[in-house]
Design a protein around this ligand. Structure first.
Ligand code: SF4
Length: 162
């Protein structure tokens, strides 16, 4: 009998350059026909406007957390997803997005200070693990594609989809 079960995934981006999101969409150029048989793209803003943030098997999260609004969003993702995979160096280590954490008071000039005061920026930029529990990591800047594929396969097996 055919197994119609699909892995319900979400893909999210926080403070970062979104290079791993670009890599992910590039992979879809090649793999979409195969993936759509086993993956439900439940919340992927890079692919569609109608998204559902609920009942996710795996959430892939790119980027570091740099403000209160992002913190609230990522806590909600943690609540709605069974597993969280940190994608890329910014999510896994904070850097390079967290380089402003190292600014000395003298380095924070008027311009930087204006940005910090006028946008939703917390004192420190944090890696994912500092704010939520992370189950897996795909290191690299941008992410390592072989490791990403390995982890995707791991979850497809874990949920008895392949
Ligand atoms: S890890 Fe590198 S490629 Fe990924 S978002 Fe951060 S800066 Fe961009």
């Amino acid at each position: 009998m055919e197994n119609n079960k699909k892995l319900k995934i979400g893909w999210f981006s926080f403070t970062c350059c979104e290079d791993s999101t670009i890599l992910f969409t590039e992979l879809l150029n090649k793999d979409y026909d195969e993936w759509k048989k086993v993956v439900e793209f439940r919340h992927v803003k890079a692919l569609k406007t109608n998204n559902t943030l609920d009942d996710l098997d795996v959430a892939f999260v790119e980027g570091a957390i740099s403000g209160e609004k992002q913190l609230k969003e990522v806590l909600e993702i943690r609540e709605k997803a069974k597993y969280i995979v940190a994608i890329g160096a910014c999510a896994c280590t904070g850097m390079p997005s967290s380089s402003r954490n190292q600014f000395t008071d003298e380095q924070i000039n008027e311009k930087i200070d204006w940005y910090l005061k006028h946008f939703d920026y917390s004192d420190k930029v944090k890696k994912l693990e500092e704010v939520i529990k992370v189950d897996d990591r795909v290191e690299g800047c941008p992410m390592s594609i072989p490791v990403f594929m390995e982890i995707l396969t791991k979850y497809l097996k874990l949920f008895n989809i392949i």
